[in-house]
Ligand binder design. Structure first.
Ligand SMILES: [Cu+2]
Length: 146
C-alpha cells in the first residue's frame, strides 16, 4: 500500500464510524414534566433530528409536545406520530404545540414527513414500567400493593 491508499482507507473508516454514530449513537431520553394542570409537557428542538429523541410519558394523561423547529431544512417541516393519528406542519423558528392523550402504552416512533428523522415516544402504562428514564419526580412515587 502506498500513502494515498492508506489515506483512502483511513478516510473510509472515519466515514463509516460517523455513519454508525449517526444511526446507533447514544439517544437522549427525557421524561415529560407534569405541569400544575396535569399536562405532561416536553420541549423538543428540531434541528437535523429531534432533541430529545426519546420522550417518556404516562398513559391516559394529556401530553403537550412543543416542537421548536430551529432550521429551514425542508426535511423537518412536518412531524408525524402515526400511531396517534397526528401529522402537523412545523413552521421554521416557531414552536408548534401538539396536544393529545396517549390512550395506549408502548413505544411509538415519531418521524419527519419522509420518515428520515426519527424519535421515540415511550408511553408507560399505570404500573410505571420503564421507570429507568432518570426522571426526578417532585412528588412521591405511588407504589403498587398495600
Ligand atoms: Cu425528512
Amino acid at each position: 500500500m502506498d500513502t494515498s491508499e492508506i489515506v483512502i482507507v483511513v478516510l473510509g473508516l472515519a466515514a463509516i464510524s460517523l455513519v454508525l454514530w449517526f444511526f446507533f449513537g447514544e439517544k437522549q431520553r427525557v421524561a415529560a414534566t407534569v405541569a400544575a394542570s396535569g399536562v405532561q409537557e416536553v420541549k423538543v428542538t428540531v434541528k437535523g433530528g429531534y432533541s430529545p429523541d426519546v420522550i417518556v410519558v404516562k398513559q391516559h394523561q394529556p401530553v403537550r409536545l412543543d416542537f421548536y423547529r430551529d432550521e429551514t431544512a425542508s426535511c423537518s417541516d412536518r412531524v408525524i406520530i402515526g400511531d396517534f393519528g397526528i401529522a402537523r406542519d412545523l413552521p421554521a423558528f416557531k414552536t408548534t404545540s401538539i396536544e393529545f392523550i396517549p390512550d395506549k402504552s408502548g413505544e411509538f416512533s415519531f418521524t419527519c414527513g419522509m420518515n428520515m428523522m426519527r424519535g421515540k415516544l415511550v408511553v408507560e402504562d399505570g404500573s410505571g414500567s420503564a421507570r429507568q428514564a432518570g426522571a426526578h419526580h417532585p412528588t412521591a412515587e405511588v407504589e403498587a400493593g398495600d
